[in-house]
Write a protein that binds this ligand. Structure first.
Ligand code: G
Ligand code: G
Ligand code: MN
Length: 397
């Protein structure tokens, strides 16, 4: 069955832009400025709908309601000129009505991300044809490998995920404090693939649960190995918002640390601020259970999300990681420096440890040390590296 793409948007400029991006990828594109005409169609599961939420005659929410009433199997991409909060509510609504929402975009649409999403919706054969027919220099490499859900599932099953470790240093003693665990996909054909190519896919398809299980398992086995070498290392593992929708995770982790006889306080779970926004009640429950079982909790990319001070106070975090954008800029920008200083003070007042990530030079290290930052991470110290290199690595400050 061929993919049909329907653009439902009253704005001519957006329609034309979307059309230009979609046409080289999907041959069948139709534009509907009037949603009522669009709703007269019979849709199938291969169809893709790009729906603007804000239209004068009939808004996107009405269209969602109509699609839900007719049990539309089509894949839905929501687009809005409004803030991400509105988009998030519309997505929640559409999902709860049983619609197949595959992504959301705020205007102006990020063309790279949008193009990658479209390509990921093609089947593998068409993707390869598209990649080889695309001789435009700028797009080479970008389209070389866009994994599908099945590719990623196979990668997890075939043990193609490997872990890199980036050292963290205690700033006062200059001793090794721990390491952040960063997943990579070692693909037999395409080589080392970075998480920006597959974490979002894992989150969208629900594979994140299996992916994280594999990452946690690998990290814990590595930790056992380092304990034997007397190089006990605290490991920080990144967790997605989707991971904490399942109430199972704290118990799974507890069983693993018991099986491998690891001290749970050597495991830190890093959650981004934006993960906190969703379903606050469940996350509070899960976070508290992580802490009760002895794990450490870190709030990642702090300063870029939406967490309120009261949330920070309510959630049982033990560590705060200042987002690298502020750290990287603090040397030349006084606003960034002010934010870093405030984060350090705030964390200490709330009895949390502070990690600065994205330290790229000695000057930034010195500024952070003077401000009382506890832990340092960044290219100045070391880039993420495979476990066998980490075995021998030493900090030369
Ligand atoms: O080095 P780097 O390109 O690895 O990491 C890019 C991003 O991928 C980071 O924001 C990091 O949080 C995320 N990431 C790395 N490993 C994992 C993982 O195991 N799980 C999740 N959910 N995110 C990860
Ligand atoms: O979102 P999260 O904080 O988990 O992201 C970690 C990411 O930051 C990884 O992709 C890692 O490779 C990257 N990273 C770590 N140190 C530095 C640094 O000093 N400079 C830059 N540009 N990136 C870094
Ligand atoms: Mn992180």
């Amino acid at each position: 069955m061929i993919n049909r793409v329907f653009i439902v948007d009253d704005d001519t400029l957006t329609c034309n832009l979307l059309n230009t991006i979609i046409e080289p990828i999907f041959t069948h594109v139709e534009i509907f400025k009037n949603p009522r005409e669009f709703l007269a169609l019979t849709l199938n599961a291969e169809d893709i709908i790009l729906l603007d939420l804000m239209m004068p005659e009939m808004d996107g929410i009405e269209v969602i309601r109509h699609l839900a009433e007719h049990r539309s199997p089509a894949r839905l991409i929501l687009v809005s000129g409004y803030d991400s909060g509105v988009l998030h509510s519309a997505e929640t609504l559409a999902l709860s009505c049983g619609l197949n929402v595959i992504n959301t975009f705020t205007k102006p649409i990020n063309i790279d991300v949008f193009t990658c999403l479209l390509i990921s919706l093609l089947n593998k054969k068409t993707q390869r044809e598209f990649a080889s027919s695309n001789n435009d220099k700028a797009s080479q490499g970008k389209f070389d490998f866009i994994p599908t859900e099945q590719d990623l599932r196979d990668a997890i099953d075939n043990k193609q995920l490997i872990l890199y470790y980036q050292p963290q240093i205690n700033m006062k003693t200059e001793c090794l404090h721990g390491a952040e665990v960063l997943v990579r996909w070692l693909h037999p054909e395409f080589g080392l693939i970075f998480p920006d190519k597959f974490i979002a896919l894992a989150e969208q398809t629900g594979l994140i649960e299996q992916l994280s299980e594999e990452v946690i398992h690998l990290a814990i086995k590595q930790s056992v190995h380092w304990q034997k070498l007397n190089r006990a290392t605290r490991l920080s593992i990144n967790i997605s918002a989707q991971n904490i929708t399942s109430l199972k995770l704290p118990e799974q982790l507890r069983m693993l640390v018991k099986k491998y006889e690891i001290d749970p306080s050597m495991i830190v779970l890093e959650l981004t601020e934006s993960a906190l926004m969703d379903s606050e009640v469940t996350s509070l429950d899960i976070f508290t259970r992580f802490r009760l079982k002895g794990f450490q909790l870190s709030i990642d990319d702090f300063g870029t999300g939406y967490s309120s001070l009261s949330q920070l106070h309510k959630m049982p975090f033990t560590e705060l990681k200042i987002d690298q954008s502020f750290v990287t800029n603090m040397k030349q920008e006084k606003e960034s420096k002010a934010i870093v200083e405030t984060c350090i003070m705030l964390a200490h007042k709330l009895h949390m440890e502070v990690v600065a990530e994205g330290i790229e030079d000695k000057d930034t290290w010195n500024l952070l040390l003077a401000e009382g930052c506890d832990v340092a991470q960044g290219y100045y110290i070391a880039r993420p590296m495979p476990a066998d290199q980490f075995d021998k690595w030493q900090f030369k400050g």
